[in-house]
Design a protein around this ligand. Structure first.
Ligand code: SF4
Length: 376
């Protein structure tokens, strides 16, 4: 049965008026129609953050430090290779390579790194460099995105992760990350990559300065670009598209944004200040309940995305497992190492056995996949 596309208004009403279980059941049914009842996948991948030095300093980020800060680091090729060895021993060949916008690293540094890693690990798949990193590099060298992507691909870049999307609405971006690329720029990187036959993924980080309609606008912009990319694929089978979507709630610990939003809450609790018009809106960090609802809504709304990936890094393995019954066909990555969310005070880790066990307990057969979602 063909899934009927819903409008933004319908998505809004669905999220606001559906019972939790009804929304989950609807998303689960769509997932079963697309992916069957038996198999749910996972990927053995390692997250590697090659630098924490960043000139952007988004207010929601507890991971980065400013250029010149004594806590700043850059991993050299050997340090990165040392992290890949245990991955290969576990049967994985994929790394998620991301870092800050570090003005001390030029394009040659990236090219040399990719070439050396590929020479050392010929089967390595590099899922690397989110749109903000790519825009920063292109601007630093005054070259087009096409030239940049071409050079990085030739050096060994395989696919591009969807980091740095947060909420693809400029009103929100100006509040939480004024130094970062705009929504259009983020989408343009993905458009350019798809045109060149590079596949990418998409993400959303929610639960901070946005309203529900803006989360849906984010989904809508992704759906529109995916329509465009899939149409291109009809004439050019080598063109790329988004392979998957995943989302997670903002983790406020140790972040300037968390402190700011908390201060606004404190103000709103004081009637005298409220009377002076100092109250803004009440901030509540989104948790597991909203994570599951948003994931289910994404499965329903993103009818042109094959894969919706569970995110367990902020809400824990059991919530990731539950997502498999509410629209997700994939439990995501083993990660092996996580530095960004843990810097904000949230830290969950899983062993491979545990990840497979969660899929089995949910009633499915766990199968390892690659970055293109082909089963291994
Ligand atoms: S989220 Fe990325 S771009 Fe923003 S401050 Fe952190 S490392 Fe830099």
């Amino acid at each position: 049965m063909q899934q009927k596309r819903i409008t933004s208004q319908q998505a809004l009403e669905l999220y606001q008026s559906s019972l939790f279980c009804e929304l989950g059941e609807q998303a689960g049914q769509i997932c079963r129609q697309r992916h069957g009842d038996h198999v749910r996948t996972y990927v053995i991948e390692r997250n590697i953050n090659y630098t924490n030095v960043c000139s952007c300093r988004c207010s929601f980020c507890a991971f980065s430090v400013s250029p010149g800060n004594s806590q700043g680091y850059v991993l050299d090729e050997q340090a990165i290779a040392d992290r890949i060895e245990p991955l290969v021993q576990l049967g994985g060949h994929q790394i998620l390579l991301q870092g800050g916008l570090n003005p001390d690293l030029n394009l040659s540094w990236y090219e040399n790194l990719l070439q050396s890693l590929k020479a050392r690990f010929p089967k390595l798949h590099v899922h690397g460099f989110s749109p903000p990193e790519l825009i920063f590099l292109a601007e630093q060298h005054e070259i087009t995105l096409e030239t940049l992507l071409d050079r990085l691909r030739q050096a060994g870049l395989d696919t591009i992760p969807g980091g740095g999307a947060e909420i693809l609405v400029d009103r929100v971006r100006k509040i939480i990350s004024p130094g970062k690329c705009s929504a259009d720029q983020w989408l343009n990187v993905m458009r350019q990559a798809h045109q060149m036959g590079i596949t990418t993924t998409a993400t959303m980080m929610f639960g901070h300065a946005e309203i529900l309609a803006e989360r849906i606008e984010h989904l809508d912009r992704l759906r529109q670009l995916q329509d465009e990319s899939l149409n291109r694929q009809q004439n050019d089978p080598h063109a790329g598209c988004f392979t998957a979507f995943t989302c997670w709630p903002f983790q406020s610990g140790n972040t300037r944004l968390g402190k700011r939003l908390q201060q606004q809450n404190d103000l709103s609790e004081k009637p005298d200040l409220k009377a002076k018009g100092l109250q803004t809106h009440d901030f509540k960090t989104a948790g597991a309940f909203e994570q599951l609802k948003m994931t289910a809504l994404a499965r329903i709304y993103l009818d042109n995305f094959d894969n919706i990936q569970a995110s367990w890094v902020t809400q824990g393995p059991k919530i990731g497992q539950l997502s498999l019954l509410m629209g997700c066909n994939d439990l995501g990555s083993l990660m092996m190492e996580e530095n960004v969310v843990s810097a904000a005070g949230t830290s969950y880790k899983m062993e491979l056995n545990q990840l497979r066990q969660l899929i089995t307990e949910a009633g499915f057969t766990p199968i390892q996949r690659d970055c293109y979602y082909s089963r291994l």
